[in-house]
Design a protein around this ligand. Structure first.
Ligand SMILES: Nc1ncnc2c1ncn2[C@@H]1O[C@H](COP(=O)(O)OP(=O)(O)O)[C@@H](O)[C@H]1O
Ligand SMILES: O=C(O)C1=C[C@@H](OP(=O)(O)O)[C@@H](O)[C@H](O)C1
Length: 315
């Protein structure tokens, strides 16, 4: 009987379709009742190892045991291993469902140096949580579109032009005005500008109904990303000389020294170095934006759990 039941059940398909969670290593048990034949209960115990950058599949070793309504003592009918894909979209969705009750409508404000992925990761978070995405001021939801300020443009001018015509202080004041207006809204993911952390008043606005998350990316990785897209839209890099990578690295090192303590005030920190280490990757550039978004949710959950849930004023 056992062999017959076992043949009809495709364990690899089960294993691939089950929720593995995000732990880098661990084990799971799950069971199915086979209704046909003799009402047999099959239990699969699966053990999965650390992910490596060279292989986004997990080699899952499993043991299948079977018991029936007539014979309760389980006997092992098969052991083996399968290659189960790591479905990051599914893991992200599951994580967002887990975090939502703790988040309870709090907005998420992403902070970090320019190029740290606030826009890229922010869009992923807003999609999975069904929150509006705001690239500083301009949001995807109609009701808040009137803010009309976004990263690339201020009143029709590029950020670089605003810096040139009106100076950095004018830009910062606009940034603060926008954060003030966003601060009364819930269910937003806001990609702030790299310098938004410097003015204390901005923290009051971001934390009024929001959790602040710092995307902590190594400087070399940031410089590489910026060099790949050019420095034209980031006026603070124009002060330096050299090729785009060198310009970015020099200025970002200076900015990190200046702002490091401000970023460290964030409620949750997403360290790319730490995620890469946890997942067994050699380099932070192996991380996908979705993997970073998953870690962001994980850190937000940790923070909110520690804070005893919904402590943010006004929620
Ligand atoms: N995890 C990542 N891996 C590789 N490139 C990334 C990653 N996240 C963002 N980028 C790239 O880096 C650049 C800056 O990202 P962006 O999201 O605009 O950063 P920010 O909004 O913090 O300035 C973009 O070209 C983007 O495609
Ligand atoms: O670090 C900063 O002070 C700035 C970062 C830029 O935004 P990103 O962080 O989106 O690049 C932009 O706001 C402006 O160039 C100033």
């Amino acid at each position: 009987m056992e062999a017959g039941v076992a043949c009809k059940l495709n364990y690899p398909t089960w294993i691939e379709s089950e929720r593995f969670g995000r732990n880098s290593t661990g084990s799971l048990r799950f069971s199915r009742i086979a209704k046909q034949e003799h009402k047999a209960r099959l239990v699969v115990s699966a053990h999965f190892p650390v992910l490596t950058s060279s292989n986004r599949f997990r080699s899952v070793s499993f043991e299948v045991s079977c018991s029936s309504s007539k014979n309760f003592s389980a006997s092992t009918i098969e052991t083996g291993s399968v290659h189960a894909p790591y479905d990051e979209a599914l893991v992200l969705k599951n994580k967002s469902l887990e975090v939502e009750p703790y988040l309870n409508g709090h907005s998420i404000y992403l902070v970090g140096l320019m190029g740290s992925g606030k826009t890229t990761v922010g869009k992923i978070l807003s999609n999975v949580l069904s929150y509006s995405f705001c690239d500083r001021g301009k949001c995807t939801s109609e009701s808040i579109k009137e803010f009309g300020l976004n990263k690339k443009e201020v009143n029709g001018m590029s950020v670089a032009e605003v810096f040139k015509l009106h100076g950095e202080r004018f830009f910062r004041k606009k940034e603060t005005e926008v954060l003030q207006r966003l601060s009364s809204k819930k269910q937003l993911v806001v990609s702030t500008g790299g310098g938004a952390v410097v003015w204390d008043v901005n923290w009051d606005y971001m934390q009024k109904k929001g959790v602040v998350v710092w995307l902590d990316v190594p400087l070399e990785a940031l410089a590489q990303r910026i060099a790949a897209v050019g420095t034209h839209s980031r006026p603070l890099l124009h002060y330096e000389h050299g090729d785009p990578y060198t310009k970015a690295l020099k200025r970002l090192s200076y900015l990190l020294e200046l702002r490091g303590k401000n970023y460290a005030k964030a409620n949750a920190r997403v360290s790319l170095k730490e995620i890469a280490g946890k997942l067994g990757y050699r380099d932070v550039s192996d991380l996908t934006p979705t993997e970073i978004a998953i870690e962001a949710l994980q850190q937000i959950e940790g923070y909110l759990k520690e804070e005893g849930g919904m402590v943010i004023a006004g929620l």
